[in-house]
Structures are given as structure tokens and as C-alpha cells.
Write a protein that binds this ligand. Structure first.
Ligand code: GRF
Length: 190
């Protein structure tokens, strides 16, 4: 359980690209009474589409297009300054170091488009179809320095039909992802 007494949990979101999970969380917190708010967005790509949501919703954001060590150093300073309680990775395409995770002392969550521990890494939908799996899904889990590992918080399952392909799976799983992150927050921010 994440601790934050007397005020909302402050969430930091790390992005690299599209940012649909970020947008979904921002929309969710506008429409619902939440005990958390997105207080900082960090991107490692200056042309990440998600930055436009930071601008639209007037959320402070930083772009650190550096090698991972410098990225982590700069992130650590701003995360501490903003007193962030929890970090969400949404399509963040870097592996954070053990040192950073240890120094940060707050929980980091990630969302992955497969039923972990199966299909870690990229091109999950292609591999799932190739292996003729009957089910796939998405997983919200705590982050460790090992790729797509760490304790599972929420997992949502989806049946794969004969007519499915990587594109249809990707669409359906994204909808599941958009339910999963708000649910995970509900679960851990009490
Ligand atoms: C999602 O499919 C997530 O599972 C994976 O990267 C994608 C990010 O999408 N880790 P978005 O940037 O949130 O739209």
C-alpha cells in the first residue's frame, strides 16, 4: 500500500510515445473523484505524442532525451522536488536501473500488453498469434530492474478468435489497459 496522508497521492508518469494510457488517466481523474492526481510527466522523447496531453491538461512536464544514467539523475531530482508518491510507466521504452529504483524509494508500476510472465518484451501480439495462444491480455505490475518482471497487481484476460490478428488484438488490449490502470490505482491508493 502507498502512503500519503492528508492530501492526494501525487503520480509521476513516464512516457516515450503515444500516451493513450496517460490521456485515459487524465480523463478519468477529471470525471471521477480520485484520491490521486497526475502531478508530473517525464518523457525521454521530445516528439512523444503524450506531451500534448501534458500541455492540454496543464500538467508540469520534463523532457530528458539523455542516456539512461543522466535521464535517471535528472528525473530523481525533479521527482523528489515535486514530492511524487508513485510512478507509472506507460509505454516507457527504457529499462530503469536497480540503483535508480533503490534511490527513489517509491513504487513504480508498469503496464504490459500480455499475460505476464508470458511474452515479456516487444511484439507481444505477433508472438501470441504465431504461437496460436487461446488467450491474451494485459498486466499491471510493480517494476524491478528486470524487464517486465515484478509482482502482478492486476491482470485482464481476453479470448483470441480465429479472425484475430496483431492489429485487432492490439486494439482490444488497449481498451483493457485503459480499464486496468485506474483500477490498479484504486487498489493501491487507499
Ligand atoms: C501499451 O500497450 C503498454 O502496454 C505498453 O506500451 C503501450 C503504451 O501505449 N507498455 P500508450 O503510450 O499508453 O498509448
Amino acid at each position: 500500500m502507498v502512503q500519503s496522508i492528508g492530501h492526494k497521492f501525487k503520480i509521476g508518469v513516464f512516457i516515450s510515445g503515444r500516451g493513450s494510457n496517460l490521456k485515459n488517466l487524465l480523463d478519468f481523474s477529471k470525471k471521477n473523484r480520485t484520491n490521486w492526481k497526475i502531478s508530473l510527466i517525464i518523457s525521454n522523447k521530445k516528439n512523444a505524442n503524450g506531451i500534448k496531453y501534458a500541455q492540454k491538461y496543464k500538467i508540469p512536464y520534463k523532457i530528458f532525451e539523455n542516456k539512461i544514467q543522466i535521464f535517471e539523475k535528472k528525473s530523481l531530482i525533479i521527482l523528489k522536488k515535486k514530492k511524487i508518491n508513485l510512478i507509472f510507466l506507460t509505454g516507457f521504452m527504457r529499462i530503469l536501473s536497480k540503483r535508480f529504483i533503490k534511490k527513489l524509494k517509491i513504487k513504480i508500476l508498469n503496464i504490459h500488453p500480455s499475460l505476464l510472465p508470458k511474452y515479456k518484451g516487444i511484439n507481444t501480439h505477433e508472438r501470441v498469434i504465431k504461437n496460436r495462444e487461446k488467450f491474451t491480455g494485459c498486466t499491471v505490475h510493480y517494476v524491478t530492474s528486470k524487464l517486465d518482471s515484478g509482482r502482478i497487481i492486476i491482470q485482464k484476460k481476453l479470448r483470441i478468435y480465429k479472425k484475430d490478428n496483431p492489429k485487432t488484438l492490439s486494439k482490444k488490449i488497449l481498451l483493457l489497459e485503459h480499464q486496468s490502470y485506474p483500477e490498479a490505482l484504486q487498489k493501491i491508493c487507499n
